[in-house]
Write a protein that binds this ligand. Structure first.
Ligand SMILES: Nc1nc2c(ncn2[C@@H]2O[C@H](COP(=O)(O)OP(=O)(O)O)[C@@H](O)[C@H]2O)c(=O)[nH]1
Ligand SMILES: [Mg+2]
Length: 406
């Protein structure tokens, strides 16, 4: 005998539930109206409590119980198979727990009776573990590889930085070089890659020494000496007619310095004191192949001096304006100098006094920050010998310490 209570809204609901659960032969043994407890129940609809009984113990199994059971079996099989990665004791835990369960017990017995089960389980366990181990090792290898590549490139970067710093190349340029390294896909050495990048930054002007050429730059960098060297080469070696003009009226003795050279080389020479003089001097030199124009070393910090110089240069009417910078200039002074002279629209740079330094990074620093081509470099006080024209390849080799200045 099975007795069960149902709380329903109406008897129809009670009948269908009882029939479904207790079968066609069930009987209703009691029914009463009840109220939901609490305040909310006071206002709610009344419910009926129905008590029914069934003679047989035929609690009807729903049709889909079989499906449910099959599903449980399937799930258990999957669980058992996937246990291949677990420890044996965990597996037996499941075995014991399934024994207690009526539905699953039968299935468990089947598994128990299967003599090969343990073997298969072990195999599945070991192959599964092996596979996982393999995959993990594979991943470890890949990760190690990645870490190595990362470390190697970090080491390379550090080596490059150390090497370039020793050459007195500015950190900003070193960063630029390191950043560019990856973009070179060719199978060439690190040094060759650096050379390539430096060649891209450091361009050399191939402009001919012809027409009106102005030289500007701080005091004492070697403008006048450089002009003397050029004048000597162009007139004595290249057989060009050369004229010299100076607007260096600030420094005592400055005029004499260039005049001495002009006298020795027998070159026309003009001193310019004001803007009107400049126009006339340029006119007077019209017949010369090359007119080299010297200027006063003006402070790049003094805007008035630079503006005044600009007015003179405008009268010269040339685009060939060269900023002369000494390689002995402190790195931190290079940018202010370049910025100060920018107002003069210089077209290329000349780096002097390379004989006074052992590292040549300053050439690259000056080229990089000015963003202008290098016209040539000077390497000593001897007029006219100590002046060097080099191509970009050779100059970069010098900058990188892989070639000397000779
Ligand atoms: N060591 C060395 N000294 C140089 C070089 N060029 C010029 N000088 C010297 O630097 C000093 C200043 O040169 P100067 O031509 O008067 O510079 P300016 O003020 O720019 O005209 C002089 O003693 C020159 O001999 C160079 O390439 N190397
Ligand atoms: Mg001078």
């Amino acid at each position: 005998m099975k007795i069960k209570k149902y709380v329903v809204k109406d008897m129809n609901e009670a009948f269908s539930k009882i029939r479904y659960e207790l079968g066609e032969n069930a009987v209703i043994i009691n029914q009463k109206k009840i109220k939901k407890p609490g305040i909310m129940g006071f206002f709610s609809k009344k419910l009926i409590e129905v008590t029914a009984a069934s003679e047989e113990s035929t609690e009807k199994k729903p049709e889909n119980n079989k499906i449910l059971e099959d599903s449980l079996k399937a799930i258990r099989n999957v669980v058992n198979t996937s246990m291949n990665l677990d420890k044996n004791n965990k597996y037996s835990e499941i075995k014991t727990s399934t024994k207690k369960n009526g539905i699953l017990d039968e299935n468990n017995m089947k598994l128990k009776n299967n003599g090969q089960h343990d073997k298969i389980k072990e195999e599945v366990q070991s192959t599964g573990t092996e596979n996982l181990m393999k995959e993990m090792l594979e991943m470890k290898k890949i990760l190690n590889g990645l870490a190595k590549v990362d470390n190697a490139s970090q080491n390379n970067d550090d080596d490059i930085r150390i090497k370039l710093r020793k050459l007195d190349i500015e950190d900003e340029i070193i960063d630029y070089i390191i950043e560019k390294m990856d973009s070179i896909k060719e199978d060439i050495s690190i040094d060759e890659k650096i050379q390539k990048i430096v060649e891209d930054v450091l361009k050399v002007s191939s402009k001919e020494m012809q027409g009106k050429i102005v030289f500007v730059g701080p005091t004492g960098v070697g403008k006048t000496t450089t002009i003397a060297k050029l004048a000597g080469r162009l007139s004595l070696m290249d057989n060009k007619s050369v004229g010299l003009i100076t607007i260096d009226t600030y420094r005592i003795g400055a005029v004499e310095q260039l005049k001495t050279y002009a006298d020795i080389m027998n070159l026309p020479f003009k001193v310019v004191f004001n803007i009107a003089d400049m126009e006339q001097a340029v006119k007077d030199m019209e017949a010369c192949d090359v007119v080299l124009i010297d200027t006063t070393g003006r402070s790049s910090k003094n805007f008035m001096q630079i503006s005044e110089l600009r007015a003179f240069i405008e009268k010269v009417d040339t685009k060939d304006i060269n900023l002369v910078v000494s390689s002995t200039t402190k790195n931190k002074d290079i940018i202010p100098i370049i910025n100060g002279y920018k107002k003069l629209n210089f077209s290329s740079v000349i780096v002097t006094k390379l004989d006074e330094t052992t590292t040549y990074g300053s050439i690259l620093n000056i080229g990089y920050y000015s963003d202008k081509k290098i016209r040539f470099i000077t390497t000593g006080q001897n007029v006219p010998e100590d002046i060097k024209f080099m191509d970009s390849y050779k100059l970069c080799k010098v900058v990188l310490g892989e070639d000397n200045l000779c």
